[in-house]
Design a protein around this ligand. Structure first.
Ligand code: SF4
Length: 224
């Protein structure tokens, strides 16, 4: 029975924007070698989006071929991202196969889609979209109840108004007691020092995060 399921899942097709090996730039796992599987399509349009190339570009690949590409890198840590990876129903076959094969899997989601179908062997990094993203009305707040200790919520902060909104959400939903909380400045729009000062002044129980890939690789580099 298991073999049949595995074969079926391997045949599931996904539209993939890119697969590459790099250093994880975000989350508490920042700095770790990681295989990135970026899925095509997104249902949101954040004002500061840095992966708009994933909205449409991509090729159809069966899960079996994706697994082969991932395994060839010889790295045990895999990030499934986008775009919005949860838009393609078949992503659950990919995540299940990766977990079955012993990969440590993280999933990045914009936070507008239901987390319930997700294989919870995977760690979740879920955005709560701040007002400055233009997508604040899309947050699926029911997802907060599904977050676990090892998961993380991420606020991408463009200005003081976004910071105040984030702090309010952290307090109202007691996020720090539920999961990790990341605050990340919009690269090039908000100086990290300002965000650090606000966090320290408020004794906010969060992790300030910089997207370290933006400091390592050339601007607008792809596949890194
Ligand atoms: S959810 Fe992510 S990929 Fe989609 S528009 Fe926002 S930043 Fe871009």
């Amino acid at each position: 029975m298991t073999a049949v399921l595995t074969r079926d899942r391997a045949a599931t097709r996904l539209k993939i924007n890119e697969i590459f090996h790099s250093v994880q730039g975000e989350s508490r796992h920042a700095g770790r070698p990681c295989v990135f599987v970026r899925l095509t399509h997104c249902n949101l349009r954040c004002t500061w989006c840095d992966t708009a190339y994933a909205f449409e570009e991509g090729i159809d690949m069966p899960v079996g071929a994706i697994l082969q590409r991932v395994a060839a890198y010889g790295t045990g840590y895999v990030l499934v991202t986008g775009g919005e990876p949860l838009l393609q129903e078949g992503v659950h076959d990919l995540i299940g196969e990766l977990c079955d094969r012993g990969f440590e899997v993280a999933v990045e989601t914009g936070g507008s889609l239901d987390l319930a179908p997700l294989d919870r062997r995977a760690m979740v990094v879920m955005d709560l979209k701040c007002p400055g993203s233009g997508m604040c009305g899309k947050n699926r707040l029911e997802n907060i109840e599904m977050l676990r200790r090892d998961d993380e919520v991420k606020f991408v902060v463009a200005d003081r108004a976004d910071y105040d909104w984030s702090r309010e959400m952290i307090e109202r939903h007691r996020l720090a007691g539920r999961c990790g909380v990341l605050l990340s400045p919009v690269h090039g729009a908000l100086h990290p020092r300002l965000l650090a000062e606000w966090i320290l002044a408020d004794r906010l129980p969060v992790r300030l995060q910089l997207q370290i890939h933006k400091f390592i690789w050339p601007p607008d580099a792809r596949g890194v």
